[in-house]
Design a protein around this ligand. Structure first.
Ligand code: SAM
Ligand code: SF4
Ligand code: SF4
Length: 341
């Protein structure tokens, strides 16, 4: 296992398989137009599987497929099967907006996917229309049901909480999760690249969420997570036994235990969600680097990693959006939908 400059292991890798998306969530893709990664730069399944194998051999035992919307990538079960066959990959998960999940849940399960997280910010179709510019709310719910039927468990739901948008739905989302065999994670609105409409007053803090949930269902008890100390979500249990998580990336970041890095669809390796730039792994892969050379490059870069992006953002006075629109258009690698959540 390799460790970075703050002794954090390289434990997990998020693999974005496409920068395209079929939704336009306000907190991620609020613009009318985007600059996309050039098609020829997108890694093939063979290239992705090779890099994942090397990362896994260096300690990244947890792999999560993401995007953009990962289910838009053609033949995703084929890639899933290739990744599931890598012995060092012990946990293979997927984060999806769920729109296309109903048909794909079973093939993905058969291909070896272990579990899935579905993003669900609201139970109201009309609200989703406004929040994500889509009328496919019912498809997302069908996708969640299909994931449960297929055994893609433990099933998780991600809800980004935005003040004035869906912050009145926390009790309802908890109740929905409980009856749909899922655990919800409430995520603080983050000022990541892409979130061009972000402002601090729209962030509902972890504490506010806990207070609101406590008023609805009784005091939540913190749960320890000794199996996965690097997990981004803090977990809680309600008096009725319902469990849920909070990802407090904005008001209480957890960089000190962060073992995650991200590979974009074009092979750019980002050491932090907030990193301004990444390391191009596609170039050496396509130039004929050996596995040993790639492993050495990854090791050297990780050993020098000092990123603590979210903690550094806490110290920024008068915090505004991370990047202006022009900076995102100049380099789409800065977009959340390019680097994956
Ligand atoms: N399209 C897939 C989806 O939405 O699940 C996968 C990619 S998406 C970038 C991954 C996660 O990032 C989603 O759960 C999404 O809610 C979260 N996300 C995107 N923008 C965010 C923001 N500004 N603050 C907090 N979470 C965000
Ligand atoms: Fe929404 Fe995910 Fe698409 Fe971003 S990538 S717009 S979070 S569905
Ligand atoms: Fe990890 Fe960067 Fe997120 Fe901190 S901000 S938890 S270092 S990815």
């Amino acid at each position: 296992m390799i460790r970075d400059a703050w002794a954090r292991p390289l434990g997990s890798l998020r693999v974005s398989v496409t920068d395209r998306c079929n939704l336009r969530c306000r907190y991620c893709m609020p613009e009318q137009e985007y600059v996309w990664l050039p098609r020829a730069s997108i890694l093939t399944f063979e290239e992705i599987a090779r890099l994942v194998r090397i990362f896994a051999s260096l300690g990244a035992r947890k792999v999560r497929l993401t995007g953009g919307e990962p289910l838009l990538r053609h033949d995703l079960p084929v890639l899933t099967e290739m990744l599931a066959a890598i012995p060092d990959v012990h946990d293979l998960a997927l984060t999806t907006n769920g729109v296309l999940l109903e048909k794909l849940a079973e093939p993905l399960r058969r291909a070896g996917l272990h579990r899935v997280t579905v993003s669900l910010d609201t139970l109201r179709p009309e609200r989703m229309r406004e929040l994500a510019r889509t009328d496919r709310h019912a498809d997302v719910l069908a996708g969640i049901a299909a994931a449960h039927r297929a055994g893609l468990t433990p099933l998780k739901l991600n809800s980004v909480v935005v003040r004035g948008t869906n912050d009145d739905e926390l009790p309802a989302l908890l109740a929905f999760a409980r009856t749909h065999h899922a655990e919800v994670r409430f995520i603080e609105y983050m000022d990541v690249g892409g979130a061009t409409g972000w402002s601090f007053d729209q962030v509902v803090s972890r504490q506010e969420m806990l207070d609101g949930i406590g008023r609805a269902y009784g005091e939540p008890d913190p749960l320890r997570n000794p199996d996965d100390p690097a997990a981004p979500a803090e977990r809680f249990r309600l008096p009725d036994g319902t469990t849920f998580g909070i990802v407090a990336s904005t008001t209480a970041p957890f960089c000190r235990s962060c073992d995650r890095s991200r590979l974009t669809a074009d092979g750019t390796w980002l050491l932090c969600l907030y990193a301004a730039s990444g390391v191009d792994l596609r170039e050496p892969v396509r130039a004929g680097a050996t596995d040993a050379e790639l492993a050495e490059l990854i090791t050297t870069v990780w050993q020098g990693r000092r990123d603590r992006g979210a903690e550094e953002r806490l110290r920024v006075a008068g915090r505004e959006t991370l990047y202006p629109r022009e900076a995102l258009r100049a380099d789409p690698h800065r977009e959340m939908h390019t680097r994956g959540g």
